[in-house]
Design a protein around this ligand. Sequence first.
Ligand code: 13P
Ligand code: SF4
Length: 311
Amino acid sequence: VDPTLDLVAEIEKLKKEKNAIILAHYYQESEIQDVADYIGDSLGLSQQAAKTEADMIVFAGVHFMAETAKMLSPSKKVVLPDLKAGCSLADSCPPHLFRKFKEKYPDHVVVSYINCTAELKTLTDICCTSSNAEHVINSIPKDKGIIFAPDRNLGAYLIKKTGRDLVLWNGTCMVHEIFSNEKITKLQVRFPKAKLIAHPECESHILDKADFIGSTSGLLKYTKESEYTEFIVATESGIIHQMELASPSKTFIPAPPNNDNCACNECPYMRLNTMEKLYLAMKYEQPEIILEDWIIEQGVASIDRMLEISA
Ligand code: 13P
Ligand code: SF4
């Protein structure tokens, strides 16, 4: 790409020319968030994908999110700036292994966190995201057993919140499992007024000390509405961009990871997307998300059920 090209202007032009919409997750780099038509959490993004009238959905997020958009709007073209933008949670639950696991609990309802592959969704009764997970679990009759996949941290949090006995798949998010308890405690000593806010994908020792737990949009809303002015943010640090835009006078401190030598609180998959790749994806309309018909047909029901109860 010509380095003198004004990528923002070119992207805006392509949006109009191609009747395209850019949906971006809060973990995208700030420049991408700034050119997006909609920025949101996984639930908001799937709701937008289901109702958009655009011809092309440009998904600035990770692969499972773009797949979800394709399942909800199969007649539309869905492009992802980098096809390698995966997710450690989705990778942790290969469908062929999950199928065997599920056979051990034939009477259980399968609830899957939306952070899973399209094929896993074909083995799922109802999906959830971090903003509606509790509601989804509570919607299942009390006498029914539940398998929850793939995030064991969100699962353990849900067991605590709902009092239900969930059978958990042993997956984790590589970003949310590396926050350092010790370094967070040190930060809390240095900033005694700061509130610790955390995503439920974090390990239980972080969640136990958090002042507020929520999805990315839940955390953003909390910081906007809170009377407090300092926050230690235990989730991917991309969300801080919107927090600072919404509350310019408040202070946001990214929670530190265990390893000092990496930016491990940035998701390496989310950050594969760049402005350049976004521009190229719009221009050439690829890489495109293509799914087999049976996957869409059998998988979309689990997303539809979730959207019905979250409307
Ligand atoms: P939410 O934005 O739905 O809270 O999800 C967080 C996440 O890890 C997405 O990959
Ligand atoms: Fe997956 Fe974690 Fe990255 Fe979200 S932050 S896309 S859950 S690896």
